[in-house]
Design a protein around this ligand. Sequence first.
Ligand SMILES: NC(=O)c1ccc[n+]([C@@H]2O[C@H](COP(=O)([O-])OP(=O)(O)OC[C@H]3O[C@@H](n4cnc5c(N)ncnc54)[C@H](O)[C@@H]3O)[C@@H](O)[C@H]2O)c1
Length: 350
Amino acid sequence: MGAKLRFALIGCGDFGAGFGRRALAVADIVALCDPILERAEAAAKQLGVGAPTYADYRDLLAQEELDAVLITAANFVHAEITVAAAEAGAHVYCEKAMAPTVAACWEMVRACQRNNVKLMIGHKRRLRPPWARMIELTDDDLLGKPLSITVAEYMDMRPYNMYETWWADPELSGGPLAWLGVHVIDWFGAMCGPASRVWGMYGLQNDSRWPTPDVINATFEFKSGALASLNGSSLFPLHTFRQAQGPIGQCEHGGFKLIPEMEYIDLYWQRDDEAQPHHERFDDLGFDHAFRLEISDFARWILEDRPPCLTWVEGLRCVEMMEAVYRSAEKGGLPVDLPLYPELEQPSKL
Ligand SMILES: NC(=O)c1ccc[n+]([C@@H]2O[C@H](COP(=O)([O-])OP(=O)(O)OC[C@H]3O[C@@H](n4cnc5c(N)ncnc54)[C@H](O)[C@@H]3O)[C@@H](O)[C@H]2O)c1
């Protein structure tokens, strides 16, 4: 391994170059890839790197000497690129959602384990300071463990115009929770620990342009006994994506609520033995902090084998919780127990 890590950026759509810019703090971007080659070329220019560009990740993996790949491509290619990169001996950072199905997530995990490479899934939400602060509040000296959390994920998705893209096809994206819930569902896990049972219901269609249900209710029960629920809707004119998703939570010794606005975030919390709530304002929404934390941890994980803030576990459990919601909703809301695929959890399948 050379002095500076050698990363390839695979997937240069809306998100790729911005993430690549953060990665430059810890590594050189030595190659870029997107089947729409102009996107890879534009990203290279934006990043100011004179690296070669490829339309096919297999050519890139065959020709470049890499320490790791950063997969910022569409969800439906995360698994195949991860498996190929692992077979080529490259560590893998992959964006959330890990893959459209739990089975595909396990293929990624097994390929990385077989080839002894690291696999991190980029669930940044839990790392953004306002969201990380709510996790801190569950300390017994503050609010104590969560009992019940509610999130209204009501937002106006019309400006994103995703109706005719891969996002709208559940086989490609992993279903509507891939855009209407993935961040919050991962954060539920960070707050409450492993989930044990899931209930889901589809409501009446709100925006008929979506080919999938766009009104969803989901409830998760955790091994700790905590409950968390998420109600999602894609056509709520009062909230942008950024303003939706503010949780309200009841804990053992008090409660909290988070109010996200476009330019700042307010967090209120109060113990039941206090007369007034605490108010914490976050003028920095914390995106940069979260991106830098995960990419620097990824680099240290590779270089020093230091335990990182995220691995593949969070990614897989999040996809499992989403798949369980769909399974329950398709059965009219019957409970679904986790793990969804106990047979895939067996080490004997390695
Ligand atoms: N963590 C976050 O906050 C965050 C935010 C936005 C997007 N994302 C994730 O980033 C990923 C990309 O999202 P986006 O908004 O940029 O989507 P996008 O549709 O704008 O870009 C996806 C890109 O992947 C490319 N692609 C498709 N097949 C490919 C292949 N075989 N090899 C290489 N590239 C391929 C497409 O050509 C496209 O350019 C998604 O997984 C998304 O969930 C994460």
